[in-house]
Ligand binder design. Structure first.
Ligand SMILES: Cc1cc2nc3c(=O)[nH]c(=O)nc-3n(C[C@H](O)[C@H](O)[C@H](O)COP(=O)(O)OP(=O)(O)OC[C@H]3O[C@@H](n4cnc5c(N)ncnc54)[C@H](O)[C@@H]3O)c2cc1C
Length: 354
């Protein structure tokens, strides 16, 4: 019988597991083999940029990034490209460019020994058994079960834990596609690309050593592949040499516009990170939210398992307001006319010296 079972060893789950320490008996499991260096297989589809909010959380945790998780170049500007109006602007921003698989494995390497871990374990579902939650998963080819007082869903946008709570409103859903291209010269910016024919959200280009990562978050239910092909064609038309395609990955991405569809859980089941919908609706930045929601739950668990969801709701009120604040930033970024005016004004932008 565990106090806490955490499904998902991404930034949210591994942070919670680390903060549990030896106060509670915990188990964390993930379908990824996070206990060793990445050697292919299932990988998290992510841009791997640590935004200032995520950096601040690492500082609050007293953590410094090891060199092994970094990739290059480090980025100090966002280049915004409006494919319809042809406008381009550069804005100063400090991102840390990391290898997402290496980053997740580094976070997992910080787990205390008292927390049990199962890597390469696939969570199947849960049911209520008397006072406890019974968790089913497949590990080593065998179907297994474990009991817990609190089940934590930290299993990302496609959360099976959240699905197990029954139908409910969910944030707006996008399909995020990313394709890696070989390039000779890494470009020194993170580019954000806007075009309503492709998406009402945005597309991006991120340099990763000798690769360029081209991605887009495209509304679910539309012809995602055709829109992604159109993006590449338009980028090519703008003079971007995308080179050889090496691989392509896709996943789901949630966008809690106006906070719609956030869920903190129910009964003895608590959701953190993107499983709860904690992700910025303006930028899709989610790592800082994974950290903050995990910290809130760790604090809620300080007083034990009884009443934890109530305390977690209270401790994440500020995070809910933060999401509303990010949603308020969307019109000047995503309404074509306002974006044209904002970019045209040059406000807060910088000149690039050739
Ligand atoms: C294409 C893309 C690019 C992004 N780029 C950035 C970026 O540059 N910077 C940023 O801050 N945010 C970015 N985000 C958002 C960010 O990736 C997420 O918000 C963040 O990873 C959420 O962390 P998490 O721990 O909640 O979930 P995740 O990181 O998704 O972790 C969930 C974990 O649960 C595991 N899991 C899922 N289902 C099961 C199961 N059934 N059994 C066992 N394990 C399971 C998964 O293997 C995974 O390890 C991006 C998102 C996408 C889709």
């Amino acid at each position: 019988m565990y106090d806490v079972i955490i499904i998902g060893g991404g930034p949210a789950g591994s942070t919670l597991a680390r903060l549990l320490g030896d106060r509670l008996k915990g188990l964390i499991l993930d379908q990824r083999d996070l206990g060793r260096s990445f050697a292919g297989g299932f990988e998290k589809c992510c841009g791997g940029l640590l935004a200032p909010d995520a950096q601040e959380m690492l500082a609050r945790f007293g953590l410094g990034l090891p060199k092994s998780v970094l990739t290059g170049p480090q980025l100090f500007a966002v280049r915004t490209i409006d494919l319809v109006s042809g406008q381009q602007r550069y804005y100063p921003r400090n991102y840390i460019n990391v290898s997402r698989e290496a980053f997740d494995r580094w976070l997992v390497s910080l787990l205390p020994q008292q927390v049990d871990s199962l890597w390469g374990a696939n969570f199947l579902g849960f049911s209520q058994v008397s006072e406890a939650v019974e968790v089913s998963y497949i590990y080593g080819g065998q179907r297994q079960k474990a009991l817990t007082r609190i089940l934590v869903g930290a299993d990302g946008a496609l959360s099976r834990v959240r699905a197990g709570l029954g139908p409910g409103s969910k944030p707006r859903s996008y399909v995020a596609l990313q394709e890696w291209f070989e390039v000779s010269e890494p470009m020194p910016y993170f580019s954000a690309v806007f075009d309503p024919a492709i998406t009402d959200f945005y597309a991006w280009m991120i340099p990763k050593d000798q690769m360029l990562l081209v991605g887009a978050a495209i509304p679910a239910g539309t012809d995602v592949l055709a829109r992604f092909a159109l993006l590449k064609q338009k980028l090519h038309g703008q003079g971007f040499d995308l080179g050889n395609s090496v691989r392509r990955r896709g996943t789901s991405l949630l966008r809690p516009l106006a906070g719609h569809g956030l869920s903190r859980g129910a009964g003895q089941v608590v959701l953190i990170g993107e499983a709860a919908g904690w992700v910025s609706p303006s930028s899709a930045e989610g790592i800082s939210y994974a950290f903050r929601s995990a910290l809130a739950l760790a604090r809620a668990l300080d007083k034990g398992c009884e009443g934890v969801l109530r305390r977690y709701r209270r401790l994440t009120r500020g995070l809910g307001l933060n999401i509303l604040g990010k949603a308020a930033k969307c019109p000047p970024m995503y309404w074509p006319l306002l974006r044209r005016l904002a970019m045209g004004s040059g406000l807060l932008s910088i000149e690039i010296v050739e």
